[in-house]
Write a protein that binds this ligand. Structure first.
Ligand code: UDP
Ligand code: MG
Length: 319
């Protein structure tokens, strides 16, 4: 009975996090201690996997020291900075070899770690993916709140499945991570990919806190890049918009043509105007249509190149 508790791996990407690491590990250790004892929610083989994403400060030496001192702490040192999403993926790929369930969370613990036991319980109830969803964005600035909301809405309209107010704080079963590893794309937008895996999912809700030390590694520029990446790695709809704009322009050209013919019949003509305005809209429309058509093909190539798995089988019943 004792050994049936799942092995939990908590993976944390760390980039220049010397200011928070020790406190983070201290809090995680007491959480894991609690979960391993008492009602034995998880196995004592559970680990904390810290991924150093090419930090320029003392993050890695600190991880090495913590590894020597603390029975839970494991580390992965990436050869250079590859960005949050890639570092997270490195953590997940290593973690799936070590445990049965994997929780990913940021180093600054803005996400409430006390819902991890609840996540594990939801896993035990049969969910393969449990999303951490923040209740309100009280601690974020007005700007971050509104831009985030606009972004979620835009993504939804463009047909990208993503969970509102969920970032990369989530629990995944080993098999869900294995499935995720079949996505061979290099442009990662994990919160968009994970919902396409399938399986049964659940959410837990928490309040997001402020960073307790250090500063955000996601300034506005990086945030915008991330948003553009998110849209362009999931949707070829922007190209289709160009295509339809081209059609619209041609339609306008056609309307002007009718207007020109009418004024010709009516007899009030300004010389040169008709040919100029007509060719303007006509050529513009043709050019956009052309770009749109080429874009559609490039979009198809793009989707093929990503080589995503077509399906994921949850269970097979055979005789
Ligand atoms: N991070 C990373 N590589 C980077 C940038 C950030 O691994 O190039 C990590 C960082 O250490 C943290 C997480 O990604 O654990 C989220 O970063 P941060 O808390 O600064 O983002 P914010 O919460 O401000 O959006
Ligand atoms: Mg943060």
């Amino acid at each position: 009975m004792e050994d049936s508790a799942p092995v939990l791996i908590i993976t944390i990407p760390c980039y220049n996090e010397e200011a928070v690491l020790e406190e983070t590990v201290r809090r995680m250790t007491s959480l894991l201690d609690g979960m391993c004892s008492g009602d034995r929610l998880v196995s004592p083989d559970s680990r904390l996997l810290l991924v150093n994403d090419g930090s320029k400060d003392r993050t890695w030496p600190i991880i090495e020291r913590l590894h020597a001192e603390n029975k839970y702490v494991c580390g992965v040192n990436l050869a250079g900075n590859v960005g949050h999403q890639n570092a997270l993926m490195a953590g997940l790929e290593s973690a799936k070899e070590l445990g049965d369930i994997i929780v990913s969370i940021d180093a600054d613990l803005q996400d409430d770690i006390h819902v991890i036991p609840e996540m594990v319980r939801k896993y035990l109830e049969g969910n393969d993916i449990v999303y951490g969803v923040r209740k309100e964005r009280k601690t974020d600035t007005w700007f971050k709140r509104t831009t985030a909301l606009a972004f979620y809405n835009l993504m939804r309209r463009l047909g990208v499945k993503s969970v509102y107010n969920h970032a990369d704080y989530r629990l995944m079963s080993k098999r869900a991570v294995e499935q995720l590893c079949r996505y061979r794309e290099k442009n990662l937008f994990l919160r968009g990919i994970v919902p396409t895996i399938g399986y049964k999912t659940a959410c837990v809700y928490y309040d997001r806190a402020e960073r307790f030390a250090g500063e955000s590694k996601y300034p506005l520029g990086k945030m915008l890049n991330f948003a553009v990446d998110g849209i362009t790695s999931f949707s070829v709809k922007p190209v289709r918009i160009i295509f339809f704009l081209g059609l619209l322009f041609l339609l306008i050209a056609f309307g002007i043509l009718i207007y020109v013919i009418c004024s010709l019949i009516g007899g009030n003509v300004v010389s040169g105007w008709a040919s100029l305005i007509l060719s303007l809209w006509f050529i513009g429309g043709c050019a956009m249509l052309g770009i749109g058509i080429i874009g559609e093909y490039i979009g198809k190539i793009y989707l093929e190149v990503k080589d995503r798995p077509r399906y994921n089988i949850e269970k097979t019943l055979l005789k």
